[in-house]
Write a protein that binds this ligand. Structure first.
Ligand SMILES: Nc1ncnc2c1ncn2[C@@H]1O[C@H](COP(=O)(O)OP(=O)(O)OP(=O)(O)O)[C@@H](O)[C@H]1O
Ligand SMILES: [Mg+2]
Length: 263
C-alpha cells in the first residue's frame, strides 16, 4: 500500500516536470504558392520555475510559437501541453485606456473569479510588486512607457498562472528603462517561482534574463541550438560574462541569418 502510494506520488511529480511541453510542433500558413511552413518540428520543454528565452531573427516564427503555446492558434502538427492557462504579455501593453491602472488589473482579477471585495487590495499588492504603489488611480495616458509595461506585467501576474509568456515586452523602451525592468522581472521571477518563456531578438537581453537560451533558425523555424546560462543573478546587460556569451550566440545567429539569406 505504502509502495503504491509512493509510486502514485512519484507519478504525480513526474507529471509536473514541465510547465510547458512542446512536442514535434509544426505550423504552416496558407501562402500564394501553397502552404508556407513557418515552424518545423519544434520540441521544447519549460520546467516549473524555469526562465527560457526564445531567440531568433525577425520573421523566424517566435511569435507564432508563443501564440500556439498561449492557445491563440492551433499547431498544424504536434502537440502542446501547459500546466494551466498561461498569462501573456506583449510589446504593446494592450491596457484599456478608459480604465485606471488599478481597474485594468481588477478586470483580470474579475475574469479569474476573485471576489469583488478582494480585488482592490490584490490590485494594490500587485502594483506594489511591480513598484508602482500609488499608481492605482492613474489613467494609462498619465503613465510613461515603462510604467505602462509595469501595469501590463501586474495584470499578467493577476491571472495567477504558473507560466508567463512574454513577446518582446520591453522592445519599445529606452535602454535605461529596459535595464530597470530586466531587474524587476528577474526579482519577480525569483519571488514568485513562475515559469517564463520570453521571446526576443536581442541576444544580450536573452542572456541577461534566462537560465536557458533557445536559438531558432529561420524559414522554417527549428531549434538550431541552445545554451544553459550559468551566470549568477542579478546580472547586468554590460557584465563581461553576459557580453562573452552574447558574442558566441550572436555568431550562431549571424550564421542562421546568412544561411537563410542564401535561400
Ligand atoms: N496568421 C498568419 N498568416 C500568415 N502568415 C503568418 C501569420 N502569422 C505569421 N505569419 C508568417 O509567419 C512568419 C513568422 O512570423 P512571426 O510573427 O512568428 O515571426 P517573429 O519571429 O515573431 O518575428 P519578429 O521578430 O519580427 O516579431 C512570417 O513570415 C509571417 O509572415
Ligand atoms: Mg514577433
Amino acid at each position: 500500500m505504502a509502495t503504491t502510494l509512493a509510486k502514485a506520488a512519484e507519478g504525480a511529480v513526474a507529471e509536473r516536470t514541465h510547465a510547458a511541453r512542446i512536442e514535434h510542433v509544426s505550423k504552416s500558413f496558407p501562402g500564394p504558392a501553397g502552404p508556407q511552413l513557418v515552424l518545423d518540428d519544434i520540441s521544447l520543454d519549460v520546467a516549473p520555475g524555469e526562465f527560457v528565452t526564445l531567440l531568433g531573427a525577425s520573421g523566424c516564427g517566435k511569435s507564432t510559437l508563443l501564440n500556439l503555446v498561449a492557445g491563440l492558434d492551433e499547431p498544424s502538427a504536434g502537440s502542446i501541453e501547459t500546466t494551466g492557462r498561461p498569462a501573456l504579455m506583449f510589446q504593446e501593453h494592450a491596457l484599456f485606456p478608459w480604465l485606471t491602472a488599478g481597474k485594468n488589473i481588477e478586470l483580470a482579477l474579475r475574469l479569474r473569479g476573485v471576489a469583488k471585495a478582494d480585488r482592490k487590495p490584490e490590485a494594490e499588492r500587485l502594483l506594489e510588486l511591480v513598484r508602482l504603489g500609488g499608481a492605482y488611480g492613474k489613467r494609462v495616458h498619465e503613465l510613461s512607457g515603462g510604467m505602462r509595461q509595469r501595469v501590463a506585467l501586474a495584470r499578467a501576474l493577476a491571472q495567477d498562472s504558473r507560466l508567463l509568456l512574454m513577446d518582446e515586452p520591453f522592445a519599445a523602451l529606452d535602454a535605461i528603462t529596459r535595464d530597470v525592468l530586466h531587474g524587476e522581472l528577474t526579482r519577480i521571477w525569483e519571488e514568485t517561482g513562475l515559469s517564463v518563456l520570453f521571446v526576443t531578438h536581442n541576444v544580450r537581453e536573452a542572456v541577461r534574463l534566462a537560465q536557458r537560451v533557445v536559438l531558432l533558425s529561420s524559414r522554417p523555424g527549428r531549434v538550431a541550438k541552445e545554451w544553459t546560462v550559468g551566470i549568477p543573478q542579478p546580472r547586468r546587460i554590460e557584465d563581461a560574462d553576459v557580453a562573452e556569451l552574447s558574442l558566441e550566440i550572436t555568431e550562431h545567429l549571424r550564421g542562421e541569418i546568412r544561411r537563410h539569406g542564401q535561400h
